[in-house]
Design a protein around this ligand. Structure first.
Ligand code: GDP
Ligand code: ZN
Length: 317
């Protein structure tokens, strides 16, 4: 596949998928979305992954009635992928060309679940996606009998950028806007933590709904599959990625687990035993760093319990 679109082509971004139809937001016209199918010849090009996924940059030729045909797909920079379980299947691209992932939890209601956050972070590390954390509903963070959200998430601030926000009071919303600006960000987190409220706070006019196709053809009514990109402003998109939670639940190869905790990385290879699991071995550089306070104990315990498989034994969460 050539890395540049055909000369003079009309280009756009795939914002949503409905079976064989894709919503493409055209680059040159304000919020103009067409409903596109894939050119037959394109379908055979890549076999290992989906031909077209949400987040792909494409070139289209236009047809009447707001329809189009996808003629070209730009090679992907990176993607969030569900890896095929066997060689006959292809990898499924949940979201293409994303710049970062943002995991949202609430300060309270529902109570944050750090082990679930760790699972999400591991998934991001495995797929080499830059990750950040947003703690929402900060207006509820005033319980005298429990530690504040900032205290609880301080251990993460040593490893990842953490934002503290409230859709209700507007706290941190402008900072969040800066963080998302000009990027494609996949947002994930448990339901009820306030993800949609944050989107509304960022985009009160609801411009993202312009991408809705009423469609005289009715083709837009097909069930949406997977991710959806919301247009916040010019080049800023936030993706709703329903597949991320189930991906984070997948079993993790124990051998790869240490590298998924960035704060462990400087010590890997420094242990006495080359195949050290960093659980009980003498001469373990990771355990020494935990003792010295250079690795947060809470995060180390999270690593250790996943490595020992405790969480699976407990039935997970
Ligand atoms: P989602 O499931 O993650 O998209 O969560 P929603 O945005 O639907 O919010 C879930 C509930 O939390 C709703 O009742 C919201 O009104 C409430 N909520 C969302 N953001 C805030 C916030 O910043 N502060 C407070 N107090 N409540 C919020
Ligand atoms: Zn070790």
């Amino acid at each position: 596949m050539p890395s540049l679109p055909p000369e003079g082509a009309i280009t756009g971004l795939v914002v949503r998928a409905h079976g064989l139809w894709y919503e493409v937001l055209l680059d040159d016209a304000d919020d103009h979305v067409v409903l596109a199918t894939i050119r037959g010849g394109l379908k055979r090009k890549h076999r290992r992954t989906d031909n077209v996924a949400v987040g792909d940059r494409v070139a289209v030729s236009l047809l009447p009635d707001n329809e189009a045909v996808i003629e070209w797909v730009q090679p992907r920079v990176r993607s969030l992928v569900r890896t095929a379980r066997n060689t006959r299947d292809t990898d499924q691209v949940i979201l293409a060309n994303l710049d970062q992932v943002m995991f949202v939890f609430a300060s309270h209601d529902p109570e944050p679940h750090p082990r679930m956050l760790d699972r999400f972070l591991i998934l991001a590390e495995l797929q080499q996606l830059p990750a950040r954390i947003a703690i929402g509903k900060m207006d509820l963070d005033d319980r005298p009998d429990s530690p504040s959200a900032r205290e609880r998430f301080r251990v993460y601030e040593r490893v990842y950028p953490v934002s503290y926000v409230s859709a209700k009071t507007g706290e941190g919303i402008e900072d969040l806007r800066e963080i998302l600006h000009g990027k494609i960000t996949a947002v994930a987190g448990p339901s009820g933590v306030g993800k949609s409220s944050l989107l509304n706070a960022l985009d009160p006019e609801g411009r993202r709904d312009v991408a809705e196709i009423s469609g005289a053809t009715g083709k837009g009514r097909h069930t949406t599959i997977g991710s959806r990109l919301y247009h916040i402003d010019d080049a800023t998109f936030v993706a709703d990625t329903p597949g991320m939670r189930s991906l984070a639940m997948h079993a993790i190869d124990p051998e790869r687990l240490p590298e998924c905790y960035p704060e462990l990385r400087p010590y890997l290879g420094e242990c006495f035993y080359q195949d050290c699991t960093h659980i009980h071995e003498p001469g373990c550089a990771v355990l020494a760093a935990v003792e010295a306070g250079d690795i947060a104990r809470e995060r180390y315990e999270s690593y250790a319990s996943l490595r020992r498989g405790d969480e699976l034994a407990e039935g997970g969460w």
